[in-house]
Design a protein around this ligand. Structure first.
Ligand code: HEM
Length: 550
């Protein structure tokens, strides 16, 4: 035997003795865990789900690309309707797709905590509204929700119109090209957010908004990768990998923009510079407050109410988001400077990528369904006439068919396809005689819920009539929840619907979306925010010269 062979056999025997030590420790830990979590395991094992292996559970089914994992889990929901249990090692995931069960989770104040997956957003969003829990979430939600009240939102109409026109000018330059509409929609949504919710006039800053939006998309991919690749979960491994360094450089672009916005707004705030334009718009709004706000669903069943639905007609002017929280911070009132920045990052993220996806899906739908597009166009012409005037708040209320098409788009392609909670207490389901244990991860499959054949006949078909008032009224309130629902619903719901209707009506008024790819040809990308993996490719044709150029 030479010395190399000796080394090998010695190595083998050392490995053998290490593994013969580790294995019993591992088994002991596993048995200990099962004993310590007896009730948790007993309850979990009653929940239907794919069979798993000891210790690793269904981890083998959670292999592959994020898309493969998503498709695999989605197909399981056909076998296990309403509720499905999946073990990712010792972690229990419970998927819910029945509206009555979902109501129990989302409407309750006992199940407000987000699951551990949201922690990967912390380096970016800190302890902002999306991820925070407990008293901090409660007190900040109380401050932030009123800044998205209709009285404030209506004052944004002028900005929505102005930024829409800027986007139409950019779109006109594409001529007859096929291009990705998402690039334009994400730049629009970032610009408009900065000018409305943040109250900062954005001028001549090159394409910083576009760069921000691109960085957000890439960062979402990385965060989502950490959801699906278990080895990337520990910080130590993640930050030693190429993804960790990529995350750091993307965060410097993302935080670079939000720091700049904060600096400008703080300077305005400290110098008490009033934005004259905003002031005038707000006065107009206050004159209008007695007009009807009825007849607009704002993205959820009309029977559902949350803290955005408080009626305060005639109440004095409220400030927009950033102005309002800066004022609080200056008075040491429930929020400090660090928290202001975290909430700013949160609103910038949640406020742009979601609406960019929704508007892009909508326009692709118009390409896939020219007859429906024609009906939208006719409605827009009926409401606005053959003019180039700005779209008003009341026009938005009148565009009912456009709204139904938007809701139907959000049904089939909800920008946030799944959400997750970690219940603190166990709870009983409504659809089945089952108890869901505390501290598991409850996943609400919004995209699956929205495609249930027992709720939406012909569920894969794009049918705006699904949102005729009589049809909506006959469904369970929690059958349509693109903005989630209950106490932790989306604070930007009304803002998003107003902004979306304005940019979409403006685009359809100015351009004909040429017939294009059918939905069957699209490839979806499973991500934090749902996208088309093949890009949102469309072709536009100006309706007439003036609309696109004004
Ligand atoms: C089509 C557009 C939008 C969709 C589909 C959407 C969807 C959602 C969903 C599903 C949630 C719940 C997330 C979860 O529980 O994990 C949420 C939360 C949130 N959204 Fe939106 N959103 C949209 C637009 C906006 C806009 C425009 C803003 C702000 C300007 C915004 C701000 C937020 C915030 C701050 C939360 C966290 C609320 C809390 O936990 O209290 N969203 N959104």
């Amino acid at each position: 035997m030479d010395s190399q062979e000796l080394d090998h056999s010695e190595l083998r025997s050392r490995l053998y003795s290490i593994s013969s030590l580790i294995l019993p420790i591992f088994i002991l830990l596993y048995v200990g865990w099962r004993l310590a979590n007896k009730r948790f395991i007993e309850l979990a094992e009653k929940i239907p789900g794919p069979p798993g292996l000891p210790i690793i559970g269904n981890a083998l089914e959670l292999r592959g690309t994020p898309n493969e994992i998503f498709e695999n889990l989605y197909s399981k929901s056909e076998i296990y309707p309403d509720v499905a249990r999946v073990w990712a090692g010792p972690r229990l995931l419970v998927f819910l797709t029945n509206p009555a069960d979902i109501e129990i989770v989302l409407s309750s104040h006992d199940h407000l905590d987000k699951s551990a997956e949201y922690d990967f957003l912390r380096p970016w969003l800190g302890n902002g509204l999306l991820v925070s829990t407990g008293e901090k979430w409660r007190s900040h939600r109380k401050i932030i929700a009123p800044t998205f009240h209709l009285n404030v939102l209506r004052s944004f109409m002028e900005r929505f119109n102005r930024n829409s026109k800027k986007t139409l000018e950019r779109l006109a330059k594409e001529g007859d090209n096929e291009f990705d509409i998402h690039d334009y929609m994400s730049e629009f949504t970032v610009e408009v957010l900065i000018e409305t919710v943040m109250g900062v006039k954005k001028e001549n800053e090159g394409r910083s908004c576009f760069d921000y939006a691109q960085a957000v998309m890439k960062l979402c991919d990385i965060v989502h990768l950490r959801h699906t690749k278990f080895y990337l979960r520990p910080d130590l491994v993640f930050y030693s990998s190429k993804y960790g360094s990529e995350q750091k450089s993307l965060l410097s672009v993302i935080h670079g923009l939000t720091e700049k916005v904060l600096k400008v707004k703080k300077a305005q705030f400290e110098n008490k510079i009033q934005d004259k334009h905003q002031e005038t718009a707000e006065k107009e709004v206050l004159k209008e407050t007695s007009e009807s706000k009825e007849g607009f669903s704002y993205g959820q069943a009309s029977g559902l109410k949350d803290d955005l639905d408080v009626e305060d007609i005639g109440e004095k002017k409220r400030n927009a988001f950033l102005e309002s929280i800066l004022e609080r911070a200056a008075n040491n009132d429930s929020i400090n400077d660090k928290e202001v920045k975290e909430q700013l990052d949160t609103i910038m993220f949640e406020g742009h990528d979601t609406t960019a996806a929704a508007s892009s899906f909508f326009l692709c739908m118009m390409a896939a369904h020219p007859d429906i597009q024609q009906k939208c166009y006719e409605e827009i012409m009926r409401v606005l006439g053959d003019s180039d005037r700005d779209i008003t708040f009341n026009d938005i209320l009148e565009m009912k068919y456009l709204e139904r098409c938007l809701m139907e788009t959000l049904r089939l392609y909800p920008p946030v396809p799944i959400i997750a909670r970690q219940p603190k207490k166990e709870f009983k389901l409504a659809s089945k005689n089952l108890i869901i244990p505390a501290n598991c991860t409850v996943v609400i499959g919004i995209i699956k819920l929205h495609r249930r054949a027992d709720i939406y006949p012909n569920p894969e078909k794009f049918d705006p009539d699904n949102f005729l008032p009589e049809k909506s009224a006959s469904r369970h309130y929690y059958s349509f929840i693109p903005f989630s629902a209950g106490p932790r619903s989306c604070v930007g719901r009304k803002y998003a619907m107003l902004k979306l209707k304005t940019i979409l009506a403006s685009t359809l008024r100015a351009f004909y979306v040429k017939p294009g790819y059918t939905e069957e040809e699209w490839k979806l990308k499973a991500d934090i925010i749902l996208k088309r993996a093949d890009g949102f490719r469309i072709k536009l044709e100006p309706r007439k010269e003036t609309n696109a150029k004004n």
